[in-house]
Design a binder for this molecule. Sequence first.
Ligand code: FES
Length: 102
Amino acid sequence: MTMTRFALGPIDDFKTFPAEVLVDGIPYWLVRGEENRYKLLMALCPHAGGEVRWTGELFFCPLHFWTFDKQSGDCLNIRDERLVRKDVELQEGILYAIGDAY
Ligand code: FES
């Protein structure tokens, strides 16, 4: 089985987090968690596809005001909803999105 892998770029190119990135043309937020573990959160709202924005504290969809946790992408005002995730790994100074979105 082959794992899909998409280069996001050198880690040193990312100065602030979350950072906006495109993976296969789809917008994501690249977030940095504890112990420098990275993750992608899709920047399209799971409700009706609004463009999810960063407020400085959390993610926010301007269409119907759903909000999402800055690390997990879990929805803060609608139970059991969350942003779609994608795993990230760091290899030799390059960040890669790996595997399928889930
Ligand atoms: S599309 Fe985001 S809250 Fe409705």
